[in-house]
Design a protein around this ligand. Structure first.
Ligand code: SF4
Length: 344
């Protein structure tokens, strides 16, 4: 069957108003949208009082990636993930590394049709263990990810959002039966950063991370460490303490190196010594699985047993070598490791 993509796919998670506007409740911007206009994300449009998901079934990019590239280190490690991107974003980060798709608009972007069924078929044919909605913000692809993800789970695949976490409670609850992993950016522990750099707020991101955990999703966090913007050690320690308290000490936290991009070309890359300092602080504070990323072949990319220090998974680039792990157990001391090896 040839999928042409529905011309008008009515959105979920919105309310029609008497004056012809609609109020979208998919993300925490909760846009009020006039007829003929888009919301902040640029892909949800008020068509004569109906909110339309313009990019349903439309993709800008697809690839088969090692799951470590997301990065996800404790969810189906060592497997491949069928990875999809659309266009648009509900954040407007100055340092966006995928700006060519996050800032594209539906009229001008070169998009291809991909039915949910075909996406699942390609994932299985490509020997992938999961599907990841990843290259742009998946929240704004809600209806499409929901349809594909529900089918994917019925076929035994894992499902992953690589997200900024700005999804609302009601939308997160709607997708929770199909979503296995919530790989959420914690961009800074600082409201000013979220306001100025991303055009958003911090608190809803923290709330969605807590809710995702309560709903049973696997969570890993990523903080891109930008020199002079979010690299204050006390602030980072505050973030690590928050994660330990609210998401648990076994939550993998990735601290990754910034490289100048898009509108943020006024500063250099993150020094390796800075990332290593953050790693050590995180361990001192009691976090079991800190990682550093966007670096070349560093021992702090490996997974160690938090009890005896045995190397469990050694990483080189995006490849993983299982060293001291028997399913989910440390081979040396028998500690149970919080890691998802099989799709539940
Ligand atoms: S998804 Fe967010 S940004 Fe897009 S229309 Fe809805 S509330 Fe606005």
């Amino acid at each position: 069957m040839v999928f042409t993509g529905p011309a008008m796919h009515e959105a979920h998670q919105y309310r029609k108003n008497e004056d012809g506007t609609v109020t979208c409740s998919l993300c925490n911007h909760r846009c009020s949208i006039k007829a003929g206009r888009h919301g902040i994300c640029g892909v949800r449009k008020n068509e004569q009082g109906t909110l339309v998901a313009e990019t349903y079934g439309k993709i800008s990019a697809e690839a088969i990636d090692p799951i470590e590239k997301k990065p996800l280190y404790h969810y189906l490690p060592g497997t491949l993930s069928y990875s999809l991107g659309g266009i648009g974003c509900n954040f407007h980060c100055e340092h966006c590394q995928n700006w060519h798709i996050s800032r594209a608009n539906p009229e001008e972007a070169r998009l291809r049709d991909l039915a949910p069924e075909e996406g699942v078929h390609r994932a299985i044919a490509g020997k992938c263990a999961s599907i990841a909605w990843t290259y742009n913000e998946p929240t704004i692809w809600h209806e499409y990810a929901l349809d594909m993800g529900t089918l994917a789970r019925s076929k035994g695949l894992g499902t992953i959002y690589v997200t900024n976490g700005y999804i609302t409670e009601e939308a997160l609850r709607e997708i929770s039966p199909m979503l296995g992993a919530f790989r959420v950016d914690l961009k800074a522990f600082n409201e000013e950063f979220y306001k100025k750099v991303c055009g958003a707020h911090l608190a809803p991101v923290l709330d969605s991370a807590i809710l995702a955990r309560e709903l049973g999703m696997h969570i890993e966090t990523v903080t891109l460490v930008i020199p002079g913007l979010n690299d204050d050690m006390e602030e980072l320690k505050g973030l690590i303490r928050w994660v330990i308290e609210h998401l648990g000490p076994a939550t993998p936290m990735h601290f990754t190196a910034f490289h100048p991009d898009y509108k943020m070309m006024d500063r250099g890359a993150t020094p390796l010594a800075m990332l290593e300092k953050i790693y050590k602080s995180a361990k001192d504070l009691g976090l079991d699985f800190p990682y550093i990323g966007n670096v070349f072949n560093n021992p702090y990319e490996n997974t160690y047993c938090p009890v005896c220090g045995t190397i469990l998974i050694e990483r080189y680039g995006f490849s993983s070598r299982f060293m001291g792990l028997d399913d989910r157990q440390c081979r040396n001391c028998g500690e149970q490791i919080e890691i998802v090896r099989h799709v539940p």
